[in-house]
Design a protein around this ligand. Structure first.
Ligand code: PLP
Length: 430
Protein backbone atom coordinates (compact mmCIF):
# COMPACT_ATOMS: atom_id res chain seq x y z
CA UNK A 1 0.00 0.00 0.00
CA UNK A 2 1.49 3.34 -1.09
CA UNK A 3 1.02 6.60 0.80
CA UNK A 4 3.12 8.94 -1.34
CA UNK A 5 0.39 11.58 -1.83
CA UNK A 6 -0.31 11.61 1.93
CA UNK A 7 3.41 12.06 2.53
CA UNK A 8 3.58 14.99 0.09
CA UNK A 9 0.51 16.59 1.64
CA UNK A 10 1.96 16.17 5.10
CA UNK A 11 5.11 18.06 4.05
CA UNK A 12 2.91 20.90 2.77
CA UNK A 13 0.73 20.76 5.87
CA UNK A 14 3.77 20.99 8.15
CA UNK A 15 4.65 24.24 6.39
CA UNK A 16 1.30 25.94 6.97
CA UNK A 17 -0.57 24.13 9.79
CA UNK A 18 1.10 23.80 13.14
CA UNK A 19 2.33 20.22 13.46
CA UNK A 20 0.54 19.48 10.18
CA UNK A 21 -2.71 18.64 12.00
CA UNK A 22 -5.70 20.50 13.43
CA UNK A 23 -5.91 18.30 16.53
CA UNK A 24 -2.87 16.64 18.10
CA UNK A 25 -4.57 13.24 18.33
CA UNK A 26 -4.53 13.08 14.50
CA UNK A 27 -0.74 13.04 14.35
CA UNK A 28 1.07 9.71 14.40
CA UNK A 29 3.43 10.87 17.15
CA UNK A 30 2.10 8.26 19.59
CA UNK A 31 2.61 5.44 17.08
CA UNK A 32 6.28 6.08 16.23
CA UNK A 33 5.67 8.97 13.85
CA UNK A 34 5.43 9.35 10.10
CA UNK A 35 2.91 11.05 7.84
CA UNK A 36 -0.69 10.56 8.91
CA UNK A 37 -2.92 9.22 6.16
CA UNK A 38 -4.90 12.02 4.50
CA UNK A 39 -8.43 10.87 3.79
CA UNK A 40 -10.28 12.09 0.71
CA UNK A 41 -13.71 10.53 1.01
CA UNK A 42 -15.82 8.55 3.45
CA UNK A 43 -18.96 6.50 2.93
CA UNK A 44 -20.63 4.09 5.34
CA UNK A 45 -17.93 2.08 7.11
CA UNK A 46 -15.21 3.01 4.63
CA UNK A 47 -12.57 5.63 3.98
CA UNK A 48 -10.61 6.27 0.80
CA UNK A 49 -7.33 8.13 1.13
CA UNK A 50 -5.71 10.59 -1.30
CA UNK A 51 -3.68 7.71 -2.81
CA UNK A 52 -6.87 5.77 -3.60
CA UNK A 53 -6.48 3.14 -0.84
CA UNK A 54 -9.65 1.88 0.83
CA UNK A 55 -9.94 1.31 4.59
CA UNK A 56 -12.53 -0.10 6.96
CA UNK A 57 -12.88 2.70 9.49
CA UNK A 58 -13.02 2.14 13.25
CA UNK A 59 -12.05 5.69 14.16
CA UNK A 60 -15.55 7.04 13.44
CA UNK A 61 -14.06 10.54 13.87
CA UNK A 62 -13.29 9.70 17.55
CA UNK A 63 -16.88 8.69 18.19
CA UNK A 64 -19.49 10.86 16.46
CA UNK A 65 -20.01 8.77 13.32
CA UNK A 66 -22.16 5.98 14.80
CA UNK A 67 -24.47 5.93 11.75
CA UNK A 68 -21.54 5.47 9.34
CA UNK A 69 -20.16 8.21 7.12
CA UNK A 70 -22.45 10.26 4.85
CA UNK A 71 -25.65 8.59 6.06
CA UNK A 72 -28.32 9.57 3.53
CA UNK A 73 -30.89 10.70 6.15
CA UNK A 74 -28.36 13.00 7.82
CA UNK A 75 -26.96 14.29 4.53
CA UNK A 76 -30.47 15.19 3.39
CA UNK A 77 -31.14 17.05 6.65
CA UNK A 78 -27.91 19.03 6.33
CA UNK A 79 -28.68 19.88 2.69
CA UNK A 80 -32.13 21.18 3.61
CA UNK A 81 -30.66 23.22 6.47
CA UNK A 82 -28.04 24.73 4.14
CA UNK A 83 -30.70 25.64 1.59
CA UNK A 84 -32.74 27.37 4.31
CA UNK A 85 -29.77 29.41 5.54
CA UNK A 86 -27.03 28.07 7.78
CA UNK A 87 -27.04 30.63 10.59
CA UNK A 88 -29.79 32.89 11.91
CA UNK A 89 -28.75 34.29 15.30
CA UNK A 90 -32.39 33.92 16.35
CA UNK A 91 -34.19 31.08 18.12
CA UNK A 92 -35.55 28.35 15.82
CA UNK A 93 -38.19 25.66 16.07
CA UNK A 94 -35.49 23.08 15.36
CA UNK A 95 -33.68 23.87 18.62
CA UNK A 96 -36.87 23.34 20.63
CA UNK A 97 -37.53 20.05 18.85
CA UNK A 98 -34.00 18.77 19.42
CA UNK A 99 -33.84 19.85 23.08
CA UNK A 100 -37.14 18.02 23.65
CA UNK A 101 -35.77 14.88 21.99
CA UNK A 102 -32.70 14.99 24.22
CA UNK A 103 -34.72 15.54 27.39
CA UNK A 104 -36.98 12.67 26.52
CA UNK A 105 -33.94 10.42 26.05
CA UNK A 106 -32.07 11.70 29.14
CA UNK A 107 -34.69 12.95 31.64
CA UNK A 108 -32.14 14.29 34.17
CA UNK A 109 -31.46 17.08 31.64
CA UNK A 110 -34.51 19.07 32.70
CA UNK A 111 -33.19 22.21 30.99
CA UNK A 112 -30.73 22.24 28.13
CA UNK A 113 -28.39 24.65 26.34
CA UNK A 114 -26.65 23.99 23.03
CA UNK A 115 -23.02 24.95 22.52
CA UNK A 116 -20.47 24.11 19.81
CA UNK A 117 -18.25 21.43 21.32
CA UNK A 118 -17.78 19.09 24.21
CA UNK A 119 -15.03 21.38 25.51
CA UNK A 120 -17.47 24.29 25.73
CA UNK A 121 -20.09 22.12 27.39
CA UNK A 122 -17.74 20.92 30.13
CA UNK A 123 -16.25 24.38 30.66
CA UNK A 124 -19.71 25.82 31.16
CA UNK A 125 -21.12 23.12 33.43
CA UNK A 126 -18.20 23.74 35.76
CA UNK A 127 -18.93 27.48 35.75
CA UNK A 128 -22.60 26.85 36.45
CA UNK A 129 -21.80 24.37 39.23
CA UNK A 130 -19.47 26.94 40.79
CA UNK A 131 -22.14 29.62 40.54
CA UNK A 132 -24.74 27.32 42.12
CA UNK A 133 -22.59 26.00 44.99
CA UNK A 134 -20.51 29.17 45.44
CA UNK A 135 -17.43 26.95 45.69
CA UNK A 136 -14.38 26.72 43.40
CA UNK A 137 -12.71 23.32 43.39
CA UNK A 138 -13.55 20.31 41.28
CA UNK A 139 -12.64 16.63 41.41
CA UNK A 140 -11.90 14.70 38.25
CA UNK A 141 -10.66 11.17 37.59
CA UNK A 142 -7.13 10.51 36.35
CA UNK A 143 -6.82 9.90 32.63
CA UNK A 144 -10.30 11.17 31.81
CA UNK A 145 -10.27 13.83 29.09
CA UNK A 146 -12.86 16.55 29.30
CA UNK A 147 -11.79 18.85 26.48
CA UNK A 148 -9.09 21.48 26.40
CA UNK A 149 -10.31 24.25 28.71
CA UNK A 150 -7.73 25.28 31.32
CA UNK A 151 -9.37 23.71 34.33
CA UNK A 152 -9.61 20.18 33.01
CA UNK A 153 -6.19 19.99 31.34
CA UNK A 154 -4.84 18.52 34.50
CA UNK A 155 -3.61 14.99 35.07
CA UNK A 156 -2.24 14.38 38.50
CA UNK A 157 -1.32 10.84 37.53
CA UNK A 158 -2.07 7.74 39.49
CA UNK A 159 -1.85 6.84 43.12
CA UNK A 160 -3.48 8.64 45.98
CA UNK A 161 -5.34 11.85 45.32
CA UNK A 162 -3.16 14.88 44.79
CA UNK A 163 -3.65 18.49 43.88
CA UNK A 164 -3.43 18.97 40.16
CA UNK A 165 -0.45 20.08 38.16
CA UNK A 166 -1.07 21.56 34.69
CA UNK A 167 -0.84 19.10 31.83
CA UNK A 168 -0.27 21.87 29.33
CA UNK A 169 1.98 24.89 29.20
CA UNK A 170 -0.07 28.05 29.49
CA UNK A 171 -2.39 26.74 32.20
CA UNK A 172 -1.70 28.80 35.34
CA UNK A 173 -0.80 26.67 38.33
CA UNK A 174 -3.35 28.70 40.31
CA UNK A 175 -6.07 27.22 38.07
CA UNK A 176 -4.68 23.70 38.23
CA UNK A 177 -4.62 23.89 42.01
CA UNK A 178 -8.43 24.07 41.91
CA UNK A 179 -8.55 20.52 40.51
CA UNK A 180 -8.15 17.36 42.52
CA UNK A 181 -7.52 14.17 40.59
CA UNK A 182 -8.28 10.69 41.91
CA UNK A 183 -8.00 7.24 40.26
CA UNK A 184 -11.15 5.92 38.55
CA UNK A 185 -12.84 2.97 40.26
CA UNK A 186 -11.09 3.80 43.56
CA UNK A 187 -13.75 4.82 46.04
CA UNK A 188 -11.26 4.96 48.94
CA UNK A 189 -9.21 7.69 47.27
CA UNK A 190 -12.38 9.51 46.29
CA UNK A 191 -13.67 9.43 49.86
CA UNK A 192 -10.29 10.64 51.14
CA UNK A 193 -10.33 13.57 48.70
CA UNK A 194 -13.79 14.57 49.85
CA UNK A 195 -12.81 14.24 53.51
CA UNK A 196 -9.95 16.65 52.92
CA UNK A 197 -11.52 19.16 50.51
CA UNK A 198 -15.25 18.39 50.66
CA UNK A 199 -16.40 21.82 51.79
CA UNK A 200 -14.56 23.49 48.89
CA UNK A 201 -15.76 21.17 46.12
CA UNK A 202 -18.26 22.59 43.62
CA UNK A 203 -18.52 19.51 41.42
CA UNK A 204 -17.21 16.07 40.60
CA UNK A 205 -16.66 15.51 36.90
CA UNK A 206 -17.16 11.91 35.76
CA UNK A 207 -17.12 9.96 32.51
CA UNK A 208 -19.66 7.37 33.70
CA UNK A 209 -18.27 4.90 31.17
CA UNK A 210 -14.73 5.95 30.35
CA UNK A 211 -13.77 6.39 26.72
CA UNK A 212 -10.49 8.22 27.10
CA UNK A 213 -8.10 5.58 28.38
CA UNK A 214 -9.91 3.03 26.32
CA UNK A 215 -13.35 1.70 27.16
CA UNK A 216 -13.48 1.21 30.93
CA UNK A 217 -16.66 0.51 32.85
CA UNK A 218 -17.33 1.56 36.42
CA UNK A 219 -17.16 -1.21 38.99
CA UNK A 220 -20.40 -2.22 40.71
CA UNK A 221 -21.71 0.56 42.94
CA UNK A 222 -18.83 2.93 42.16
CA UNK A 223 -21.02 5.61 40.57
CA UNK A 224 -23.74 5.22 43.21
CA UNK A 225 -21.15 5.82 45.92
CA UNK A 226 -19.69 8.79 44.03
CA UNK A 227 -23.19 10.27 43.92
CA UNK A 228 -23.89 9.71 47.61
CA UNK A 229 -20.54 11.01 48.85
CA UNK A 230 -20.61 14.04 46.54
CA UNK A 231 -24.11 15.02 47.55
CA UNK A 232 -23.40 14.62 51.24
CA UNK A 233 -20.47 17.04 50.75
CA UNK A 234 -22.93 19.53 49.21
CA UNK A 235 -21.34 19.29 45.76
CA UNK A 236 -22.77 18.45 42.34
CA UNK A 237 -22.14 15.45 40.09
CA UNK A 238 -21.49 16.26 36.43
CA UNK A 239 -21.52 13.42 33.91
CA UNK A 240 -19.40 14.05 30.85
CA UNK A 241 -21.30 11.91 28.35
CA UNK A 242 -19.62 13.42 25.30
CA UNK A 243 -18.51 9.92 24.23
CA UNK A 244 -20.94 7.70 26.13
CA UNK A 245 -24.35 9.21 25.28
CA UNK A 246 -26.15 7.34 22.48
CA UNK A 247 -23.07 5.12 22.09
CA UNK A 248 -24.24 2.15 24.15
CA UNK A 249 -27.97 2.69 24.13
CA UNK A 250 -30.47 5.31 23.01
CA UNK A 251 -29.95 7.83 25.82
CA UNK A 252 -27.04 8.23 28.19
CA UNK A 253 -24.77 5.85 30.08
CA UNK A 254 -26.77 7.15 33.04
CA UNK A 255 -29.88 5.41 31.66
CA UNK A 256 -27.93 2.21 31.15
CA UNK A 257 -26.36 2.26 34.61
CA UNK A 258 -29.38 3.57 36.53
CA UNK A 259 -27.62 6.53 38.20
CA UNK A 260 -28.48 10.18 37.67
CA UNK A 261 -26.12 13.13 37.82
CA UNK A 262 -27.07 16.73 38.58
CA UNK A 263 -25.74 17.93 35.23
CA UNK A 264 -24.77 16.26 31.96
CA UNK A 265 -22.59 17.25 29.02
CA UNK A 266 -23.19 15.90 25.52
CA UNK A 267 -21.33 16.23 22.22
CA UNK A 268 -20.01 14.06 19.37
CA UNK A 269 -22.89 11.72 18.35
CA UNK A 270 -25.61 14.31 18.98
CA UNK A 271 -24.21 16.46 16.15
CA UNK A 272 -24.53 13.73 13.51
CA UNK A 273 -21.02 14.67 12.31
CA UNK A 274 -21.33 18.46 12.62
CA UNK A 275 -19.92 20.56 15.47
CA UNK A 276 -22.06 20.54 18.61
CA UNK A 277 -22.14 20.32 22.36
CA UNK A 278 -24.97 20.52 24.85
CA UNK A 279 -25.25 20.74 28.59
CA UNK A 280 -28.18 20.47 30.91
CA UNK A 281 -29.39 19.38 34.29
CA UNK A 282 -31.72 20.08 37.14
CA UNK A 283 -33.93 23.09 36.55
CA UNK A 284 -32.82 25.08 39.58
CA UNK A 285 -29.16 24.57 38.71
CA UNK A 286 -29.61 25.47 35.04
CA UNK A 287 -31.45 28.62 36.07
CA UNK A 288 -28.07 30.00 37.10
CA UNK A 289 -27.39 30.50 33.38
CA UNK A 290 -27.87 33.90 31.68
CA UNK A 291 -30.34 35.42 30.84
CA UNK A 292 -32.08 33.89 33.90
CA UNK A 293 -29.11 33.85 36.25
CA UNK A 294 -25.64 35.23 36.92
CA UNK A 295 -23.53 32.55 35.13
CA UNK A 296 -22.70 33.78 31.62
CA UNK A 297 -22.49 31.57 28.54
CA UNK A 298 -23.16 32.55 24.93
CA UNK A 299 -22.31 31.51 21.37
CA UNK A 300 -22.68 32.98 17.88
CA UNK A 301 -22.84 29.50 16.35
CA UNK A 302 -24.71 27.82 19.22
CA UNK A 303 -27.81 25.95 18.06
CA UNK A 304 -27.08 26.63 14.40
CA UNK A 305 -29.69 25.00 12.12
CA UNK A 306 -27.20 22.76 10.30
CA UNK A 307 -25.81 21.09 13.43
CA UNK A 308 -29.24 20.82 15.03
CA UNK A 309 -30.76 19.31 11.87
CA UNK A 310 -27.93 16.80 11.61
CA UNK A 311 -28.39 15.92 15.28
CA UNK A 312 -32.13 15.36 14.94
CA UNK A 313 -31.59 13.19 11.86
CA UNK A 314 -28.87 11.18 13.63
CA UNK A 315 -31.11 10.46 16.62
CA UNK A 316 -33.95 9.49 14.26
CA UNK A 317 -31.64 6.91 12.67
CA UNK A 318 -30.60 5.61 16.09
CA UNK A 319 -34.25 5.21 17.14
CA UNK A 320 -34.66 2.49 14.54
CA UNK A 321 -35.31 -0.96 15.98
CA UNK A 322 -32.31 -3.12 16.96
CA UNK A 323 -29.63 -0.43 16.42
CA UNK A 324 -27.80 -1.25 19.63
CA UNK A 325 -28.43 -5.00 19.48
CA UNK A 326 -26.76 -4.96 16.05
CA UNK A 327 -23.76 -2.98 17.31
CA UNK A 328 -23.45 -5.35 20.26
CA UNK A 329 -23.62 -8.42 18.07
CA UNK A 330 -20.87 -7.14 15.75
CA UNK A 331 -18.82 -6.03 18.75
CA UNK A 332 -19.09 -9.54 20.24
CA UNK A 333 -17.83 -11.11 17.00
CA UNK A 334 -14.90 -8.72 16.86
CA UNK A 335 -14.04 -9.31 20.51
CA UNK A 336 -14.21 -13.07 20.23
CA UNK A 337 -12.23 -13.11 16.98
CA UNK A 338 -9.45 -10.86 18.27
CA UNK A 339 -9.15 -12.84 21.52
CA UNK A 340 -8.93 -16.15 19.62
CA UNK A 341 -6.27 -14.77 17.29
CA UNK A 342 -4.27 -13.40 20.22
CA UNK A 343 -4.29 -16.90 21.73
CA UNK A 344 -3.36 -18.50 18.42
CA UNK A 345 -0.32 -16.23 18.01
CA UNK A 346 0.51 -16.01 21.70
CA UNK A 347 0.04 -12.24 21.85
CA UNK A 348 -0.69 -10.92 25.35
CA UNK A 349 -3.69 -8.60 25.15
CA UNK A 350 -6.61 -7.50 27.25
CA UNK A 351 -9.75 -6.45 25.43
CA UNK A 352 -12.37 -4.20 27.01
CA UNK A 353 -15.68 -3.93 25.18
CA UNK A 354 -19.14 -2.55 25.65
CA UNK A 355 -21.67 -2.82 22.82
CA UNK A 356 -20.02 -1.49 19.64
CA UNK A 357 -16.95 0.07 21.29
CA UNK A 358 -13.77 -1.71 22.33
CA UNK A 359 -10.12 -1.23 23.17
CA UNK A 360 -7.27 -3.70 22.71
CA UNK A 361 -4.48 -3.19 25.28
CA UNK A 362 -1.17 -4.99 24.79
CA UNK A 363 0.87 -6.64 27.55
CA UNK A 364 -1.55 -6.19 30.47
CA UNK A 365 -4.08 -8.49 32.14
CA UNK A 366 -6.73 -5.92 32.99
CA UNK A 367 -7.53 -2.23 32.65
CA UNK A 368 -9.86 -0.71 35.23
CA UNK A 369 -8.11 2.65 35.68
CA UNK A 370 -5.65 4.98 33.98
CA UNK A 371 -2.56 3.57 35.67
CA UNK A 372 -3.23 0.13 34.20
CA UNK A 373 -3.91 1.64 30.76
CA UNK A 374 -0.64 3.57 30.99
CA UNK A 375 1.24 0.33 31.70
CA UNK A 376 -0.01 -1.22 28.44
CA UNK A 377 2.64 -1.66 25.75
CA UNK A 378 2.69 1.39 23.46
CA UNK A 379 5.35 -0.06 21.15
CA UNK A 380 3.33 -3.21 20.53
CA UNK A 381 0.29 -1.03 19.87
CA UNK A 382 2.26 1.11 17.39
CA UNK A 383 3.34 -2.02 15.48
CA UNK A 384 -0.23 -3.29 15.50
CA UNK A 385 -1.63 0.07 14.38
CA UNK A 386 0.78 0.40 11.44
CA UNK A 387 0.23 -3.23 10.41
CA UNK A 388 -3.53 -2.82 10.45
CA UNK A 389 -3.29 0.39 8.42
CA UNK A 390 -1.21 -1.39 5.76
CA UNK A 391 -3.96 -4.04 5.61
CA UNK A 392 -6.66 -1.43 5.07
CA UNK A 393 -7.98 -1.06 8.63
CA UNK A 394 -8.08 2.46 10.04
CA UNK A 395 -7.77 2.68 13.84
CA UNK A 396 -7.13 5.66 16.12
CA UNK A 397 -3.36 6.25 16.41
CA UNK A 398 -3.15 5.88 20.19
CA UNK A 399 -3.14 3.01 22.65
CA UNK A 400 -5.67 4.94 24.76
CA UNK A 401 -8.41 5.21 22.13
CA UNK A 402 -11.38 3.00 21.32
CA UNK A 403 -12.49 1.24 18.17
CA UNK A 404 -16.00 2.38 17.29
CA UNK A 405 -18.36 0.28 15.22
CA UNK A 406 -21.08 1.95 13.18
CA UNK A 407 -24.43 0.64 12.00
CA UNK A 408 -22.90 0.43 8.50
CA UNK A 409 -20.25 -2.11 9.46
CA UNK A 410 -21.18 -5.61 8.32
CA UNK A 411 -20.21 -9.15 9.29
CA UNK A 412 -18.08 -9.20 6.14
CA UNK A 413 -16.20 -6.10 7.39
CA UNK A 414 -15.58 -7.87 10.69
CA UNK A 415 -14.29 -10.96 8.85
CA UNK A 416 -11.97 -8.77 6.74
CA UNK A 417 -10.77 -7.04 9.90
CA UNK A 418 -10.04 -10.37 11.62
CA UNK A 419 -8.08 -11.56 8.57
CA UNK A 420 -5.93 -8.44 8.94
CA UNK A 421 -5.54 -9.02 12.70
CA UNK A 422 -4.42 -12.61 11.96
CA UNK A 423 -1.67 -11.41 9.61
CA UNK A 424 -0.53 -8.56 11.85
CA UNK A 425 -0.45 -10.75 15.00
CA UNK A 426 1.49 -13.35 13.03
CA UNK A 427 4.12 -10.72 12.19
CA UNK A 428 4.23 -9.55 15.80
CA UNK A 429 4.70 -13.05 17.22
CA UNK A 430 7.89 -13.74 15.27
N1 PLP B 1 -15.38 15.09 26.95
C1 PLP B 1 -15.02 13.88 26.52
C2 PLP B 1 -15.38 12.68 27.32
C3 PLP B 1 -14.35 13.75 25.30
O1 PLP B 1 -13.98 12.52 24.89
C4 PLP B 1 -14.07 14.90 24.55
C5 PLP B 1 -13.35 14.80 23.26
O2 PLP B 1 -12.82 13.80 22.87
C6 PLP B 1 -14.47 16.14 25.04
C7 PLP B 1 -15.13 16.20 26.24
C8 PLP B 1 -14.20 17.39 24.25
O3 PLP B 1 -15.07 17.45 23.17
P1 PLP B 1 -14.72 18.35 21.87
O4 PLP B 1 -13.55 17.70 21.21
O5 PLP B 1 -15.98 18.34 21.07
O6 PLP B 1 -14.38 19.71 22.38
Amino acid sequence: MKHSTSEELYEKALDVIVGGVNSPSRSYKAVSGGAPVFMAKADGAYFWDVDGNRYIDYLAAYGPIITGHAHSHITAAITTAAQNGTLYGTPTELEVRFASMLREAIPSMEKIRFVNSGTEGVMTTIRVARAYTKRDKIIKFAGCYHGHSDLVLVAAGSGPSTLGIPDSAGVPSSIASEVITVPFNDIKSFRAALERWGQEIAAVLVEPIVGNFGIVQPEANFLQQVNELTHSAGALVIYDEVISAFRFKYGGAQNLLGVEPDMTVLGKIIGGGLPIGAYGGRKEIMEQVAPLGPAYQAGTMAGNPASISAGIACLEVLQEKDTYAYLDQLGQKLEQGINELAQKHDIHICLNRLCGALTVYFGVDQVTNYEEAERSDGEAFATFFKGMLMHGINLAPSKYEAWFLTIKHTEQDVRETLEAVDKVFQGMSR
